[in-house]
Design a protein. Sequence first.
Length: 269
Amino acid sequence: MTITLKKMSALVMASAFTFSMFSAQALANGAIGDHVNNLHAHIGEYTEEVHWLEEKFGGVVDAYEAKDKSLKTDALIEYWEEVEFHSAIETQYVPIYASIWQGIYGVKVAIDEGKPVADVRVEQEKLNHALWQALGAVKLASQYQKKGLVSKVQTTEKEPSTGPEVIDDIKTRLDRVVAKYAEQLHEVATTLVHDTYLQRFEGVEGDLIAKDAALVEDLEKDFNVTLPQAISKDTGVDAVRKVVESMQAKLDRARALLVEVEQSRKDVF
């Protein structure tokens, strides 16, 4: 996934704004550290961790090439979950976080299935690319933090209070659906889809139906059929991400309509 610096800057900022609505407890791999709210002070540490991960991931592939009988591919996941950079990118830019998991499983599955070493190396390069993209995203997020342009990552969940805020929350949750799917946590991803529909989208359906009933019907199908089926059929991360991206485009339209609703309410009062 190639992203220009300008595009990544905009996406990181949007992600950082919306992710603050999630609690630390919502992260699947444990509580986050205070470092995520002081990224600038830890860039050197994150950079060292990315180099370390490259070396460790490369070592796994080298062991596979050397036909090391003691090789265990679960080590790839253990290395990733060991570093603090893990939560730095998870809290700042979920799409690339998902890409890293996709890369990890790309290497793991290729080894587990006994693919040629050349094929495993291709997957390794994809993983390394995702790691360095992630570091770039965290560096951009650190600049926004220093300028006070993004909210701190919250340790307690903050409920969205307006229609547009609900849509922002839904979009972030859908990014996390892709991440959980990439982590091979399919049941978690499916539950998140259903919970997002019930706890978030249903709350704004009434206002949206009055504005665009067809849009609501389309999104209802996405939440209840299209996205859950993409997960259950195990169509792959790229396919699940494509469904989510389509939904998010529709949600952008829904957000614009809810902004109009909020403005109408203000005008009345």
